[in-house]
Ligand binder design. Structure first.
Ligand code: GAL
Length: 679
């Protein structure tokens, strides 16, 4: 994958330009002590290397590269284009991205460039050309780090250059205006376009904007950023054809604007950044989901965790430090999901600048700190895990994830803003994880044939062939579970008529005629074969055609609609499998109940037998455990990671590579982690 020996490595962003040279030698010594194998250099160093137009200073970087090489540390060299230097911003203010009210962003932060700016593109490639030629043959160069988190701050740009590029994109997509007008439904509110020139990036307007236009603008914005990646990567391929490149993704529950399944096809190796989101109720559950999503983008191949934090970040309202052992456990969570390299932002905690209170490998307090000591322990653990190189993760369950559906669900004018695209998929993942069942998160066009269970959460917009593909999977024995607000529209956002869920009506054997979304905090009771369940967010008025009813909405007058007493969860036999419909969002225990039955029907078992006393744990906030197996050539390694407060006992025996001892049916203590080479 990447030319780093061993292939399982510890790494970090390294920003020596923030420090006087005296520190650089100590850096190398401390990196060696911690076992750092790869560093990303020069991510934000354009202004340092080219402080004025035509003035170049590579000497500092030569020295850094040579130091690292002498120290036996490989470099993921950044293309340095993530942040433009002030001279360029002042000379060409038209590079700036523009917000949806038409205000240009000023410099003073980072990523202050419009993805469609030709001037930015030209300057970024000129800079990269010089950089790449200078280090093409440098022995430390192992990987190109293209830009940085493309779209982190400039994903939606409403500048004039964006409008012009959007029009070109639309011509390519639709060919002619009639097709575009139909797709966007412009007969509505007098929006018919008679010339492409009338179309702009959808800045704010008086009321709700056209949903088709918003969805296409999101797709276009993702493509515009990907174009910048391609331009940089293609240049690098001509200069250093033997060096792989990657741009770091942000696969997580809150960033759904970049279509990473499509981006992944353009990467030599997938790399990912992840930070614990303490504003969500369940940061470690979220981590587990994000890591599975990253594995999905990498199509099961090994990937690199390019950034996470040793302890606190600095961009949340309250920045929680990690508990003792959290750094190791979180790192192993990513490894369990297929990461081979574990890197962090950043080597030394900055003394100045916006991220001076963000944790690092070497904190403000220096190496005599618990964080640096834990970093060294992680380095040791990673070295002990090197035998896992080339191992992969397998799962019987697939959860479909579609970035375009996420974009569509983020537009306005839907039945309920409480439907968040990521929720249902994460709910399912969380419930399976609680049962010790590992799931893949895959694109809608992934090969589904090997899976015993396929879950399709809130897939509002649907490609023409998906229902048929799901039917084939069900008929050959899989249990397919589709949730509320799926199959509603085609890929343009035009509703499929004749009753919901249009695309999946026949597959599911149901027909639904009206949605009854619930108010915030409102719940609904379900009863039937699955017992008593509680659900929220969504209900609907459903009839079955050839499906059986497994749960009904309680006949409760408070529900205030004709759906009361009607079907809520259905199941239609299809060939040797079945197609399930879940018309509401159960709570966590409800999800577990539904998936217990689905998995039992499918013959899906937990990764390993385990025991944990969950009494008293609130499923909504309990961080639970990860039980995931990596395998290679008939050898298996079990990751048993206990994030919760109760001991976890697993029925497995072998050698624990973290604790370096033989274990038999071990108890993983609260907060503990084991990676067991199974006997
Ligand atoms: C990432 C970014 C890094 C650093 C980090 C802090 O989004 O790539 O440069 O800012 O966040 O958490």
């Amino acid at each position: 994958m990447v030319n780093v020996e061993p292939r399982f490595f510890l790494g970090c962003d390294y920003n020596p330009e923030q420090w006087p040279k005296e520190v650089w030698n100590e850096d190398i010594a401390l990196m060696q002590r911690a076992g750092v194998g790869l560093v990303s250099v020069g991510i934000f160093a354009w202004a340092r290397t080219c402080p004025e137009e035509g003035v170049w200073d590579f000497e500092w970087l030569d020295e850094v590269m040579d130091n690292l090489d002498r120290g036996g540390i490989k470099v993921s060299l950044a293309t340095g284009t993530a942040s433009i230097p002030p001279w360029l911003a002042r000379k060409h203010p038209e590079i700036a991205p523009v917000d949806e009210r038409g205000m240009a962003y000023d410099l003073g932060s980072r990523q202050t460039w419009a993805p469609t700016s030709e001037i930015y593109r030209r300057h970024s490639l000129e800079f990269l050309d010089k950089l790449a030629r200078r280090y093409a043959d440098h022995p430390a160069l192992a990987l190109w780090h293209v830009s940085n988190e493309l779209g982190c701050h400039n994903r939606h740009d409403y500048s004039d250059s964006a409008s012009a590029a959007f029009r070109v994109w639309l011509r390519n997509r639709y060919g002619d205006l009639d097709t575009l007008n139909h797709a966007w439904g412009t007969a509505f509110w007098s929006q018919h376009y008679s010339s492409f020139d009338q179309i702009t990036a959808p800045r704010v307007s008086t009321a709700q904007r056209n949903p088709g236009q918003l969805l296409d603008f999101s797709r276009f914005s993702s493509d515009a950023l990907l174009d910048q990646h391609r331009a940089e990567r293609d240049l690098l391929r001509t200069i250093t054809p033997g060096v792989p490149s990657s741009t770091n993704f942000m696969c997580n529950s809150v960033t759904t604007d970049m279509d990473y399944f499509r981006w992944a096809d353009e990467q030599d190796v997938v790399s990912q950044d992840h930070y614990l989101h303490h504003f969500l109720a369940d940061p470690e559950v979220e981590l587990s989901w994000s890591a599975a999503l990253t594995r999905g983008t990498a199509k099961g191949k090994p990937w690199i965790l390019m950034e996470h934090s040793t302890s606190a970040v600095n961009w949340q309202r309250i920045n929680k430090a990690k508990p003792v052992g959290g750094l190791l456990r979180n790192s192993l969570q990513h490894m369990a999901a297929g990461a081979d390299g574990i890197c962090f932002f950043q080597w030394r905690q900055s003394a100045a600048g916006a991220e001076r209170f963000h944790s690092a490998l070497v904190p403000h307090g220096g190496p005599e700190t618990r964080v640096y000591r834990e970093v060294c322990q992680l380095g040791e653990a990673i070295a002990n895990l090197s035998e896992l190189e080339g191992s992969t993760v397998e799962a019987d369950v697939a959860i479909l994830f579609d970035y375009e559906a996420a974009m569509a669900t983020a537009t306005h004018s839907l039945p309920s803003e409480a439907v968040n695209y990521v929720d249902a998929g994460r709910d399912a993942h969380r419930a399976l994880r609680a049962r010790g069942i590992n799931a893949d998160v895959v694109s809608p066009w992934a090969d589904l044939s090997g899976y015993k269970v396929v879950i399709v959460p809130t897939l509002q917009i649907v490609a023409d062939d998906l229902a048929e593909r799901l039917r084939t999977v069900a008929e050959s024995g899989a249990q397919v579970l589709i949730t509320y607000f799926s199959g509603i529209s085609d890929l343009t956002s035009r509703v499929i008529l004749g009753g919901y869920p249009g695309a999946f009506r026949d597959l599911l054997g149901i027909r639904s005629e009206e949605f009854y979304p619930l108010a915030d905090g409102e719940t609904v009771r379900l009863d039937g074969d699955l017992g008593e369940l509680t659900a929220r967010v969504w209900t609907e008025l459903l009839q079955t055609t050839d499906a059986e009813v497994l749960a009904r909405y309680a006949d409760d007058p408070e529900l205030g609609g004709p759906q009361a007493g009607g079907p809520a969860i259905t199941r239609a036999v299809r060939g040797s499998g079945a197609a399930w419909y879940l018309s509401t969002r159960p709570d966590d225990l409800g999800w577990r109940t539904v998936l217990d039955r689905v998995c039992a029907d499918a013959g899906v078992n937990p990764t390993v037998e385990f025991e944990v006393d969950e009494s008293g744990a609130d499923p909504a906030t309990d961080p639970g455990h990860d039980l995931i197996r990596r395998s290679k050539d008939g050898q298996h390694w079990l990751f048993a990671l206990n994030h919760g407060a109760r001991p976890l006992t697993v029925t497995a025996s072998g050698f624990d590579l973290v604790g370096q001892r033989e274990v038999e049916n071990p108890q993983v203590p609260a907060g503990g982690a084991m990676v067991i080479r199974e006997a």
